[in-house]
Design a protein around this ligand. Structure first.
Ligand SMILES: [Zn+2]
Length: 113
């Protein structure tokens, strides 16, 4: 339950940040089309690209949080996909949608390498 509540908060935070960034982008876009090109133009374009990148990163994070929320709903959050054991707390803090426990992740890395 603790995880569900903090995930919901995280989700709302991320959605709010995405909305704010999108609004910034739209305002910047409106200004760009109204004003003549000027010295600040390049900087504004750079800023726009940066905002777009941030939005993309936020959307990736949002989909991770949504996946984690789905797991909470299924009663599977914090359980390893491979062995069904509990995933270490610190792993979940580092990666909110971690799907493997430390040992299984290591096993998988060993297979890949
Ligand atoms: Zn495992």
């Amino acid at each position: 339950m603790f995880y569900g509540a903090s995930l919901q908060m995280r989700k709302q935070e991320i959605e709010k940040m995405i909305r704010e960034k999108r609004e910034l982008l739209m305002e910047a876009g409106a200004e760009l089309s109204v004003f003549q090109p000027h010295a600040d133009m390049a900087w504004e374009l750079y800023d726009r690209e940066k905002n777009q990148e941030i939005i993309e990163l936020l959307e990736i994070e949002l989909s991770r949080v949504n996946e984690a929320l789905q797991k909470v709903a299924d009663g599977k959050y914090g359980l390893c996909d491979a062995c069904g054991g509990a995933i270490e707390e610190e792993r979940l803090q580092r990666q909110i949608n971690a799907s493997l426990c430390h040992k299984c992740q290591e096993d998988q890395n060993n297979i890949l390498h």
